[in-house]
Design a protein around this ligand. Structure first.
Ligand code: ADP
Length: 599
């Protein structure tokens, strides 16, 4: 089953890519005359991407763009690879600048188009005219396919389900609406909670399955389903070992992730969620005779026959896709944090979220919830929407977050005063932040978190880079730092001093904080600004411990499974930090196996 889409996916895993296309060899910039559309020659063009400069080299003859080379770029690995592959190809194919951006890689697509525009401007091109040249469209093609298991969504839940279904003997077809795989999983902080006998005992951390259960249940205000929580906490570690068996690497030490309440978070060795997605995709590549992933394929309806889910209808790249399932359909399409209308429809617990940004990728629009609801699936906990106090002020994303772990940093408001227990639940911290001036705060930490400037945060950004980009501030003293970020130095100094006294005696402070490690007492000191951002939707489709979707009458919908953020009922009113990656892998693996084993 080697398909075109699969070959494209192989390319998704290649990180630094240099694409060049047919035509004349690059020459140096030309001083020749413009006789047609361009002055022939090779021109460099530069633009700002999402994470830094994008530099291209464009070669033109008098009337043709013949070659586009990506000279340098530092966009997120895995996320924007498809744009670097496709956009130059499309420009050359159509001889046009009117190319649509790639879904899931919007900023990078725009950055590439802008850099090529810059180069073509130097070549004397009429840019407006080039934007209006019609883009070559592929011929319409309707596709029908059959597999044992059809999965909607190629994030962590969908891809772990695909592997598990295959390991249980099934052929698998995964439909992904974006032009890249990975969903939110690939851009997440990727902390994975599990009670880990080896790593935690090496760090002298006391923990137990019961403690993980209680913190998850109580941390969700006892609104989660205890059976589902038990399944999560019991299977978190065996599933982590299953991932390691597939080649996934975690760092040797566990830590406390924001809102995780306990040091049981495992950090992948690779940045963000790229390690997870690479692990799944390398298994899928090796088993490409039995597992196919189709990108740019948006599921729109689950096909039912005699009350059983038997397939999925989707909008493909060039026509309709009908994917029939011999055994089962798994919905793994993620949450709805990036669907403002749906947020407003269900939100009961926050002020309007209309103007709050999101950490999520643009495909997190709750499609699976809508499709399942249309079949009579029961929805649970839809009003529980998680915000984080850690959004980038410009984009809402988590990137640029300087914290390295909960214990070693404090939050201060724009007056330089602390206002909350920084080890508290995510909802508690965000509610407190929403009451501060401009709903903004500074994360403050010191050399303990960054012994050297080249040390990176969880988003693969070094503190030096963040400071150079103006996204973080560095001061040799707290007074110096306060002056740079415009907070009252006396307030900042006394907030830090008060915090340090509690680090000594590890006693709860006035805000109830109990998680401490090092004092904030060694320069350089750092600050990073953060705002509230919509992060996760706890509610969704009701499932049982086998991953079956449950209808409004409490019955299993035959042939229909769901896993990951599309489901509801596990995290109750509040999801603990670090429980999402465990959830999507545990339940993805369960749903995949059960769908494969369905008669
Ligand atoms: P999870 O953490 O539950 O795996 P992710 O956000 O990581 O969630 O992945 C969900 C994936 O599902 C994303 O890649 C998203 O683009 C995809 N998706 C969402 N809606 C659809 C749809 N209608 N058809 C196909 N894929 C979809």
């Amino acid at each position: 089953m080697i398909s075109k889409s699969k070959k494209r996916l192989a390319l998704l895993l290649i990180f630094m890519m240099v694409f060049s296309f047919t035509g004349c060899k690059g020459s140096t910039e030309s001083t020749a005359e413009k006789k047609g559309l361009y002055v022939p020659g090779t021109y460099t063009g530069v633009s700002d991407g999402n994470h830094g400069k994008i530099e291209v080299e464009v070669t033109v003859t008098a009337n043709e763009i013949t070659e586009i080379k990506i000279i340098s770029q530092s966009e997120a690995a895995g996320v924007s690879d498809i744009a670097f592959e496709k956009i130059p190809q499309k420009i050359i194919e159509s001889q046009s600048l009117g190319i649509d951006v790639m879904s899931g890689a919007t900023y990078s697509s725009e950055g590439i188009l802008a850099a090529v525009t810059d180069a073509l401007t130097k070549a004397g091109a009429d840019i407006e005219a080039l934007k209006n040249v019609p883009v070559v469209k592929a011929a319409e093609e309707n596709i029908e396919k059959t597999a044992d298991v059809v999965i909607i969504g190629a994030g962590g839940a969908g891809l772990s389900a695909a592997i598990s279904a295959h390991q249980n003997g099934a052929s698998v077809l995964v439909l992904e609406k974006m032009s890249r795989v990975g969903g939110n999983t690939i851009i997440s902080g990727a902390a994975y909670n599990a009670v880990d006998p080896e790593r935690q005992s090496a760090q002298n951390i006391e923990d137990s399955i019961e403690k993980h259960f209680t913190q998850t249940y109580e941390g969700g205000d006892k609104l989660g389903n205890p059976e589902l929580i038990q399944t999560l906490v019991e299977n978190a570690y065996p599933t982590l070992q299953w991932l390691e068996g597939l080649g996934m690497e975690f760092k040797p030490e566990v830590y406390t992730v924001l809102g995780g309440l306990w040091p049981r978070a495992h950090a992948p060795a690779k940045p963000l969620g790229t390690g997870f997605i690479e692990t799944y995709m390398s298994y899928i590549e090796k088993n490409s005779d039995k597992i196919e992933v189709m990108v740019n394929t948006e599921a729109v309806e689950i096909i039912m026959e005699n009350g059983k889910a038997v397939g999925v209808k989707a909008k493909g790249e060039n026509g309709e896709v009908v994917a029939m399932a011999n055994k089962g359909v798994i919905i793994a399409s993620g949450g709805f944090a990036n669907n403002p209308e749906m947020r407003e429809e269900y939100n009961k617990n926050w002020p309007s979220l209309a103007n709050i940004k999101s950490t999520n990728h643009s495909g997190a629009t709750g499609d699976g919830i809508t499709m399942a609801k249309a079949l009579g699936a029961n929805l649970v906990g839809m009003e529980w929407i998680q915000l984080l106090p850690m959004g980038d002020p410009e984009t809402g994303s988590l990137s640029g977050n300087i914290e390295q772990g909960v214990e070693n940093r404090i939050f201060v408001n724009l007056d330089g005063n602390r206002f909350v227990d920084e080890g508290a639940r995510r909802d508690v911290m965000t509610k407190a932040l929403m009451e501060q001036k401009e709903q903004s705060m500074w994360v403050i930490l010191d050399k303990h978190s960054y012994p050297t400037g080249d040390i990176k945060n969880h988003f693969n950004e070094s503190i030096d880079e963040l400071v150079a980009a103006g996204r973080a501030f560095k001061g040799e003293t707290l007074e110096d730092l306060a002056a740079q970020i415009g907070v009252d130095p006396a307030n900042l100094v006394s907030a830090v001093e008060a915090f340090n006294t509690h680090v000594d005696n590890k006693s709860p402070d006035a805000f109830g904080r109990t998680l401490y490690q090092d004092k904030i007492d060694q320069g350089p000191f750092y600050a990073g600004k953060r705002v509230p951002t919509v992060h996760h939707t706890m509610g969704g489709v009701q499932i049982d411990v086998s991953g079956h979707v449950i209808d409004t009458a409490g019955n299993v919908i035959p042939g229909l499974y769901a896993a990951g953020e599309v489901t509801g009922g596990i995290h109750g009113a509040n999801r603990l930090g670090g429980n999402a990656l465990a959830d999507i892998n545990v339940f993805g693996r369960i749903a995949g196996a059960n769908a494969a084993l369905q008669k």
